[in-house]
Write a protein that binds this ligand. Structure first.
Ligand code: GAP
Length: 474
């Protein structure tokens, strides 16, 4: 992870937000290459979602009427239990505190709380499973927090406050008066902008069920524990799609979208062994069924996308809270009903990080280490580098012209500094899939060499065919 974070900074993918002021926890800035790659990722998602007959797009505002979040249940439910240490004032999310205990600490806690049962040697797996079973409900967790769990910061036991519910939505005010009547929230999911526009989109586009609405954009969560680079941040981007179906058809479409979404990651170059399904046993307040796609990050498996069967919870509640009908009229059966919803929800920033991790590689080539990002050409920030072998005999002019021509269609990069091998390595490190080199043979027959990043194989092609070559590959 450290190597990836360092490469991301050095080569201009991701910087810490407000770094010159010491940074702001949970916020990151995308640099010149990062913004290209993030845009490519969002574009790939947008195309796969909306370049089809049954999904429309929207771009809703981040600030919404505060009643939206009451109707969605998030004012009441989007909370995490938190404790403070009375001694050192550190604040923790209870679930994270429990998750991050070392095996040794877990063993100590079990021994302290259940001395007769855990006095001897126990296998590590037994400790893990006993710990999660014994501390699976609020009462036992509260007991452990009071007696046996030490504060990770100051090490004291018995210093935690009672757990309190903490809402993760950021609040702000509209207009000049900062009072409770003017509170609005920064959206913590893009989904609600889709639900409130369901009737608008349906009547404007004249879509019939089943159909979907897709949106990508910023979301904000006042996460208490931001961690692991872009994995859990306070400001991030989501790409969400709500697919509206007839009640009774939700299971079929749930399976359909699960398959589609797994395929999307695989088609963009992820390996099956680095992806897995996680079925939710404990469901969010709106869900009937939920599966996550998890990616094997360097620090372990982590969710990158959730596929949720959301029933008619959201549309039904918006109908109740707004007093406006959210019913679909089925012309065939002449019935009116609130559609059910299948949601696909993927973090743009979190999957950006997953693609970086999945593509990062170090390999020995002719006795030297090469760092390479095996990014899918669709995601690569630069599609090609144009390299004059030397800066003379007109090679640089030809390469400049080629660059200008290609820049009408692709992000490509001109580089004439340093030995050719060094230039290839610099491109490998940022995932540029193709390098075109103009050399002395180009002057005679108007061909260039194309060097492919992953295999490092080279071939000659006509200079006039470079654009077609790239279009086909990308
Ligand atoms: N509308 C449903 C929803 O928001 P979620 O599981 O809370 O569901 C969906 O979030 C996705 O959004 C996650 O799989 C993850 O990729 C991304 N995400 C959620 N919280 C995040 C955070 N704090 N930082 C980065 N990405 C986050």
């Amino acid at each position: 992870m450290e190597k990836i974070v360092s490469l991301a900074k050095r080569r201009g993918f991701v910087f810490q937000s407000s770094e010159i002021y010491g940074g702001l926890n949970g916020c990151w800035d995308y640099g010149p290459l990062g913004v290209e790659m993030l845009n490519n990722l969002k574009q790939a998602w947008w195309r796969s979602m909306t370049f089809r007959d049954d999904v429309e797009g929207v771009d809703a505002s981040i600030l919404m009427h505060p009643r939206v979040w009451e109707a969605s249940g998030h004012v009441a439910n989007f909370t995490d239990p938190m404790v403070d240490c009375k001694q050192c004032k550190a604040r923790y999310r209870v679930d994270v505190l429990m998750d991050e205990l070392s095996l040794k600490k877990k063993k100590d806690i079990l021994r302290e709380m259940f001395p007769t049962e855990f006095e001897g040697q126990q296998k590590d797996e037994r400790i893990e499973s006993e710990f999660s079973t014994r501390f699976s409900n609020e009462a036992t967790v509260t007991d452990a927090l009071k007696k046996s769990i030490p504060c990770p910061n100051c090490g004291n036991k018995g210093t935690f406050t009672e757990a309190r519910q903490f809402n993760l939505m950021f609040k702000t005010f509209v207009g000049p008066v900062e009072d409770t009547n003017n509170v609005v929230y920064l959206r913590h999911e893009t989904a609600q902008g889709i639900f409130v526009n369901f009737m608008n989109v349906q009547s404007a586009s004249r879509q019939k069920l089943p159909f979907g609405i897709a949106q990508s954009g910023k979301a904000f969560r006042n996460e208490i524990n931001t961690k692991n680079f872009l994995f859990r941040t306070r400001e991030f981007e989501q790409m969400e799609m709500q697919y509206f179906v007839k009640p009774g058809e939700e299971d079929k479409f749930f399976e359909y979208w699960r398959e589609e979404r797994m395929k999307w990651f695989l088609e963009l170059g992820m390996k099956q062994e680095n992806l897995q399904w996680h079925k939710h046993e404990k469901l969010a307040h709106y869900a009937k069924a939920a599966f996550d796609i998890e990616f094997k990050f360097p620090f372990g498996w982590g969710e990158i996308e959730g596929i949720h069967s959301r029933t008619d919870f959201d549309l039904g509640n918006h109908e109740k809270f707004s007093g406006k009908a959210m019913k679909y009229f089925d012309e065939q059966t002449k019935e009116k009903f609130v559609p059910f919803v299948i949601e696909t929800s993927v973090g743009a920033s979190r999957s950006f990080m997953a693609f970086l991790c999945a593509s990062y590689d170090e390999e020995m080539v002719e006795g030297e280490m090469r760092t390479v990002l095996h990014l899918h050409p669709k995601l690569a920030p630069m599609k090609a580098a144009i390299l004059p072998l030397v800066n003379r005999d007109g090679m640089d002019d030809i390469a400049h012209n080629m660059t200008k021509d290609l820049q009408k269609y692709f992000r490509v990069f001109y580089d004439d500094s340093g030995a050719i091998g060094r230039r290839y390595r610099r491109q490998d490190e940022i995932g540029t899939p193709y390098c075109f080199t103009v050399d002395s043979q180009t002057l005679q027959d108007q061909t260039v060499t194309v060097r492919e990043r992953d295999s490092m194989r080279q071939e000659r092609i006509a200079m006039s065919k470079v654009k077609e070559y790239l279009l086909e590959k990308i």
